[in-house]
Design a protein around this ligand. Structure first.
Ligand code: GDP
Ligand code: MG
Length: 297
């Protein structure tokens, strides 16, 4: 179904009670400028969260640090309400020296934990607002080489604080073969540096179909992504979201062309609740324990 985001499936993932209240979900995007972060978010949620960028006036002062910008949208699908927040991090990796690019991002994630902890400690805990980041899409430049120092440093610093989901940006600029080799390189770098990326959990006694789905999604990580909010006409007369080239059309929603569908399945359709749970039960809990220990409690 074209343009259908798919979070209406959430009621199958959780209890009825949360369905009435609606869902809160916060996704962060990190990666160098121009890798397609804004485009992908709009493609994923089928909404224009980002108004088209005004070109920067030549005399305008360029920011010198990584900015943290948060944009919210309320979207509804089949009667299910989702309050989505996207945290963008413009400036990441764009400076002459990017050694500390990860720092403001860790600080932002931890300050959201802080605010949650503070609310938990209140007498009235009925109206807790959960602003914690539930997933972080990390955009890897489609170079075909190994990961850069910047990528490794960011993931090493962040993996204990947020669910990391690495994606290969602009995968339409690489051939299938190049992508396959690049994925292997990225995975071996991730393993070598003992970086923990989000994995769909597998439970005992799961039915075969669910296990197969989880394995299929896992096999695509890091997802090779193509984003586009434009519709193009295919030679056989379909209108698809895609990117047109002299040699043909790359379709966003076609699993033969890229892993966009699998990424959306992971993030929205199947594991949104798992991402929220892991954030709360593991990442936040670990942070809280570390904090209390460091305070000598
Ligand atoms: P951001 O700076 O990371 O937010 O990147 P944008 O989303 O603003 O995209 C930067 C440019 O790359 C725009 O001209 C987009 O049209 C283009 N772009 C976005 N996604 C893709 C993609 O998957 N493939 C290609 N080839 N170009 C893309
Ligand atoms: Mg952007």
């Amino acid at each position: 179904l074209m343009g259908y985001v798919g979070f209406a499936n959430l009621p199958n993932q959780v209890h009825r009670k949360s369905v009435r209240k609606g869902f809160q979900f916060t996704a962060m995007v990190v990666g160098e400028s121009g890798l397609g972060k804004s485009t992908l978010i709009n493609t994923l949620f089928n909404t224009t969260l980002y108004p088209p960028k005004e070109p920067l006036h030549p005399s305008a002062e360029r920011p010198k640090t990584v900015a943290i910008e948060s944009i919210g949208a309320d979207i509804e699908e089949n009667g299910v309400r989702l309050h989505l927040t996207v945290v963008d991090t413009p400036g990441f990796g764009d400076f002459v020296n990017n050694d500390d690019s990860w720092k403001p991002i860790v600080e932002n994630i931890e300050s959201r934990f802080d605010s949650y902890l503070e609310q938990e400690n209140r007498v009235n805990r009925l109206k807790i607002v959960d602003n914690r980041v539930h997933a972080c899409l990390y955009f890897i430049q489609p170079t075909g080489h190994s990961l850069k120092q910047l990528d490794i440093e960011f993931m090493r610093r962040l993996h204990t604080r947020v669910n990391l989901i690495p994606v290969i940006a602009k995968a339409d600029t690489m051939t299938d073969e190049e992508i396959a080799i690049f994925k292997q390189r990225i995975l071996s770098d991730i393993e070598h540096h003992q970086i923990h990326i989000f994995q769909a959990p597998t439970y005992e006694n799961e039915d075969e179909e669910t296990i197969a789905e989880a394995e299929e999604i896992a096999s695509k990580i890091p997802f090779a992504i193509v984003g586009s909010n434009n519709f193009v006409a295919t030679p056989d007369g379909r209108k698809v979201r895609g990117r047109a080239y002299p040699w043909g059309i790359v379709e966003v929603d076609n699993e033969e062309h890229c892993d966009f569908v699998k990424l959306r399945q992971m993030l929205v359709r199947t594991y949104m609740e798992e991402l929220r749970e892991y954030t709360n039960d593991v990442l936040y809990e670990n942070w809280r324990t570390e904090k209390l220990v460091s305070m000598g409690v």
